[in-house]
Design a protein around this ligand. Structure first.
Ligand SMILES: Nc1nc2c(ncn2[C@@H]2O[C@H](COP(=O)(O)OP(=O)(O)OP(=O)(O)O)[C@@H](O)[C@H]2O)c(=O)[nH]1
Ligand SMILES: [Zn+2]
Length: 361
């Protein structure tokens, strides 16, 4: 392997840059665009972009555009022309719904209809995968711009697939971990090749690989799993799943670091803040510019296959998880309901999930 970073490694570098507010440059064919994440944009860098030649655009998802009542001419996204006098507060106001209710009259916005949206689309995928608000400032620049300014260049002709693909994972280590539910516990650590977060598998007992294994795909919920939040049912689900595996003597619990249905804890807290303003869990995600569920469910399936499992009895109330597992080539012999932790605080949340996301109550 050459010493030069490959496309996947360049993407990881670009994510780190964007999280720190450093621009990156996206290329496609003969075009190049300077990209900055709206969330981490500084006033100095905004001023520098405004001093360059050309018209900067702020790319937002169609979900965010819907809330801002602006047309998404590109289908899944809108490219809003940055007004000449735009301030950092203007950029943040478009990207972040926190003060939508206080300032309902944002706009009017001028959305671009002409020109290709591929660079904007890739920029949004990149900032989303960096767990930032899905909004990016773009400006067309000459091809030499990345080299001249020592910025990370991303060539979409080589990386477009890697931007959306599920990264392969490999097991780093596993060790015995006696648990209160079973002394025969073992924790496996899986690391993705794209520099993303590690995921964990808790194996209880020694499940027979030739038989369906009692399985839980648990998405990380810091607030519910660790803090005992009453807003969701995650903590009780986590503990009930482990207890069932302990009772049966075997099972596998995957603890997937996809906090907030894949939007990250900071964005989940933004969603909670919107929920305090009266929006439900799905509406809050949409106002932020995200889909209801941004998780990559293939990660769990890949880990199970690597561990040698092909048949599962899946502990879930979410029919989409069952579909995904089957789509990924695993046989779900049974869906085992997991109804615990219902409180007065999370009744509305659970009802919304049943009404809008198809969960079985
Ligand atoms: N974005 C967002 N994420 C949330 C919210 N409440 C909980 N979560 C996250 O949702 C994930 C849990 O997903 P759920 O939809 O409860 O459950 P599920 O895993 O899809 O389905 P089950 O298998 O039936 O539990 C965790 O990653 C939580 O952090 C919320 O209001 N907004
Ligand atoms: Zn939760």
């Amino acid at each position: 392997m050459p010493l030069r970073p490959d496309t996947v490694e360049m993407l990881a570098r670009a994510r780190a840059d964007l999280r720190m507010g450093v621009p990156v440059v996206l290329f496609n064919g003969g075009r190049a665009a300077l990209v900055l994440a709206a969330e981490t944009l500084s006033p100095e860098r905004l001023a520098q972009v405004q001093a360059l030649e050309g018209v900067p655009v702020l790319a937002i998802t169609a979900r965010r555009a819907e809330t801002l009542k602006t047309a998404a001419y590109d289908g899944d996204l809108a490219r809003i022309v940055l007004p000449d006098d735009a301030t950092l507060a203007w950029v943040h106001g478009v990207a972040d719904p926190a003060d939508d209710l206080k300032m309902p009259m944002k706009g009017p916005f001028l959305a671009m209809r002409d020109g290709a949206a591929d660079l904007s689309r890739a920029a949004l995928q990149l900032v989303k995968s960096a767990r930032l608000l899905p909004a990016a400032l773009l400006l067309d620049v000459p091809a030499t711009f990345a080299t001249d300014n020592n910025l990370t260049p991303i060539d979409l002709t080589k990386t477009a697939d890697a931007l959306t693909a599920t990264s392969p994972l490999s097991e780093v280590i596993s060790a015995r971990l006696p648990l209160s539910v079973s002394e025969a516990g073992r924790l496996h650590i899986f690391r993705p090749e794209d520099g993303g977060e590690e995921h964990y598998a808790v194996e209880i007992g020694q499940p027979d690989r030739a038989k369906p294994v009692l399985t839980r795909l648990h998405s990380a919920c810091f607030t519910g799993d660790l803090l005992g939040s009453l807003k969701c049912d995650c903590g009780p689900q986590l503990r009930a799943a482990l207890a069932m595996m302990g009772d049966e003597g075997h099972g596998v619990l995957l603890y997937l670091n996809q906090e907030g249905r894949g939007i990250g804890l900071a964005n989940k807290m933004r969603a909670y803040s919107l929920q305090d303003q009266g929006f439900d869990t799905v509406e809050a995600n949409h106002r932020l510019g995200f889909e209801d569920d941004e998780r990559d469910f293939l990660i769990g399936a890949n880990i199970l296959k690597q561990m040698g499992f092909s048949q599962v009895r899946l502990l879930t109330n979410n029919p989409k998880k069952v579909e995904m597992m089957q789509g990924a080539g695993l046989t779900v012999t049974e869906r085992v309901p997991l109804k615990v932790g219902h409180t007065a605080h999370n009744a509305g949340y659970l009802k919304t999930k049943a009404d809008k996301s198809g969960h079985l109550l």
